[in-house]
Design a protein around this ligand. Structure first.
Ligand SMILES: Cc1cn([C@H]2C[C@H](O)[C@@H](COP(=O)(O)OP(=O)(O)OP(=O)(O)O)O2)c(=O)[nH]c1=O
Length: 639
């Protein structure tokens, strides 16, 4: 008994000491700071207390009610919830507690299975539903974490995923477990750290992440925040053995000039602590090491990855122009038209009427970019991407590629001025000003209009099916595609919904040319009506489609259009908006943000921004679909 007591008494102390050695470099950075854990979770409190962090607990009042459909991935949802929890506390404290914290930490744990996000069960039946869904399967546990640096007004967020596999669980076992009461305050309805551990066959990843807090990654992030590479604080890492959770310092060899026995970053401290430098040597060695990091950053895996990203960005415009040029010179069409699909470079040069040397270079660049394939001695054949690159065919992107080359490229050459002035550089790029981009620029000349329409046609052809099938529209009879341009999207909707008649509504100058694009097997449920959706009466319909329309306009103009649609709608009618949806934190996708750089009065928005705009006109969001194609979609129903 005595021995047992002895172990019980000393074990925690031993663990504590070891932990302090490991965590001190990072955790000690928080000494003297007011750190607040914005969570009521006893598990999070325990995990952070165990590593010696001193903090206050102020549970967040943020209700976990974010619309899950607005998030592309479960981890984005968890991160956003964590952020909102932490922000709520950060905002409340100065008023309610009369003090401003230095750091607020928020977290949110969710379980995901079969594309569903499971949070805490609301009752026993709910817990049963969750647990029986998890039975016999692997699922993911995501914890999103947000660290708010209150004075710097910065938010650092991240997430961790752990995979957990449940054994096959009998109903009896499930009910016994549910009746224990354990599931109720836990995401997914189980607690791996207690009785719930019996349900688990295996865990891949950070165990503590399942319990509610990814400690390892959290410490790494703290290390990055408080010991950025090259800063004086780096020396603290010398007390960390290599590979410890807080060792964020890249492995570095002793500098050639270092005297023998001088401290190294990763050398473990010797028992007398002689490897830990005195204050003065620490200072000197930090300078040496700071220099070393900068010089050698490109030698670490992370550094190499960043370097190659930089190179890719610097070369990005060249790659785009290679695609534009090969497409404009019909290189891909020429290859397709050869009997074998393969040609020698000189044959291509002849066909496209270009120099041998230039063609060879262009073809080689295309091969390197994966646009073409080399099959033998200098022979090129079409590659998988070919159907996107041909000038015709159902999935041709050529219209859009040429639009990028002829219109977007010149605009982007004036990006610097566009940024300085906050305006579109149409006048600089094309020599004339435009108040109304569509009337003055896109539809001014026949060939420009045709090119613009081809571009819109490409996008609608490639993304149309995914947009048209995003929602069940079987109860609706009529749809109106506002600004539908060539009608490609309208035909996709008609194809996807046998009971739907679709009116394509666009400016008269567009309608007059839409015949060029009519498919051979044109469905007679698609009709064309000319008009201006800002000025004229809208055709009556059950579903109004706005595909790639709203991003072109300011909120003010969007409100004008939506109020017209709302007037034309009966309750139960709906609006389907299809756009690139920005992530809620506006960190991506870059495709949308890059497009915004050449916009005039429009702006890119997230799904919740579109949802809010529509809500102000009496439309409730029914569904959001991230299609993983060029355009996403949101369906909102009139109340
Ligand atoms: C999957 C799993 C979750 N959990 C817990 C961790 C979290 O506390 C909880 C998920 O709910 P959260 O909403 O993440 O957190 P919370 O409500 O407990 O606390 P707060 O919102 O105030 O921060 O589930 C376990 O304890 N063990 C497990 O195995």
């Amino acid at each position: 008994v005595t021995t047992w007591h002895y172990h019980r008494a000393t074990e925690p102390a031993t663990v504590h000491t070891v932990t302090m050695v490991l965590m001190n470099p990072v955790i000690s950075k928080l000494t003297g700071k007011l750190v607040v854990l914005a969570s009521a979770s006893p598990r999070r409190l325990e995990i952070l207390t165990n590593v010696g962090l001193r903090f206050e607990v102020v549970p967040s009042w943020f209700k976990e009610t974010l619309d899950k459909r607005l998030f592309k991935t479960p981890h984005e949802y968890a991160v956003e919830t964590a952020k909102q929890k932490a922000l709520e506390v950060a905002k409340r404290m100065p008023f309610k507690h009369l003090k401003t914290p230095d750091i607020v930490i928020g977290a949110d744990t969710v379980v995901t299975v079969d594309g569903l996000i499971l949070e805490k069960p609301v009752d026993k039946q709910d817990a049963y539903r969750m647990l029986s869904r998890l039975s016999g399967k692997e699922h993911s546990v995501f914890t999103g974490v947000a660290i708010i640096l209150c004075h710097e007004k910065e938010v650092i967020d991240f997430y961790e995923e752990t995979k957990v596999k449940f054994a096959d669980l009998s109903d009896d076992l499930l009910w016994e477990y549910i009746n224990s009461g354990e599931p109720m305050d836990k995401a997914g309805g189980y607690g791996i750290q207690a009785l719930g551990g019996m349900l688990v066959e295996y865990v891949h990843g950070d165990f503590l992440n399942v319990v509610g807090f990814p400690l390892n990654q959290f410490c790494k992030k703290l290390g990055l925040i408080f010991s950025p590479p090259g800063s004086l604080t780096h020396n603290s890492a010398q007390t960390s053995p290599q590979g410890s959770p807080v060792d964020t310092v890249p492995p570095a060899e002793p500098a050639a000039s270092s005297p023998p026995g001088s401290p190294t970053h990763n050398g473990p401290p010797d028992s007398q602590g002689q490897n830990i430098p005195s204050a003065s040597t620490a200072h000197v060695s930090t300078h040496v090491n700071a220099l070393k990091y900068n010089v050698r950053e490109n030698e670490t895996e992370d550094g190499k990855e960043k370097l190659s990203k930089m190179i890719e960005l610097m070369d990005g415009f060249k790659a785009s122009k290679v695609l534009f040029t090969a497409s404009k010179l019909h290189v891909f069409d020429v290859l397709r038209s050869s009997k074998t699909g393969e040609l020698q470079a000189e044959d291509v040069a002849q066909e496209i009427k270009a120099s041998m040397k230039g063609t060879e270079r262009l073809l080689e660049a295309c091969v390197s970019l994966g646009l073409l394939q080399r099959t033998g001695k200098g022979i090129l054949s079409q590659f998988l991407t070919l159907h996107f690159l041909l000038s015709d065919g159902p999935l041709s992107l050529q219209g859009y590629i040429q639009h990028c080359n002829e219109l977007v490229w010149p605009l982007f050459t004036h990006l610097e001025t566009a940024v300085r002035e906050g305006t579109n550089q149409h006048e600089k790029a094309f020599g004339k000003s435009s108040d109304n981009l569509f009337q003055d620029a896109y539809y001014s000349r026949h060939e420009v209009k045709l090119r613009f329409m081809k571009a819109m046609h490409s996008i609608a052809k490639v993304s149309g099916r995914d947009v048209a099938t995003a929602f069940d529209l079987s109860k609706y009879k009529t749809a109106c595609d506002l600004g539908g341009c060539t009608g490609a999207m309208a035909y996709e909707f008609a194809k996807a919904h046998p009971g739907l008649s679709v009116t394509m509504f666009d400016l008269p100058e567009v309608i007059e040319m839409s015949g060029h694009f009519r498919p051979h097997d044109a469905d007679d449920r698609v009709s064309f009506v000319a008009g201006d959706f800002f000025k004229d009466e809208l055709p009556k319909a059950d579903v109004y489609i706005l595909a790639r329309i709203l991003h072109d306009w300011s909120d003010e103009k969007v409100h004008i259009l939506l109020s017209k649609i709302a007037k034309a709608c009966n309750p139960g009618c709906c609006v389907l908006v299809s756009e690139i949806f920005l992530d809620e934190d506006r960190k991506g996708p870059s495709r949308g943000l890059l497009q915004a750089l050449s916009m005039t009065e429009g702006r890119q928005r997230s799904a919740s921004e579109y949802s809010l705009l529509l809500k102000s006109h009496g439309f409730t969001t029914a569904q959001v679909k991230h299609t993983h194609n060029l355009l996403d979609a949101i369906l909102c129903v009139a109340e």
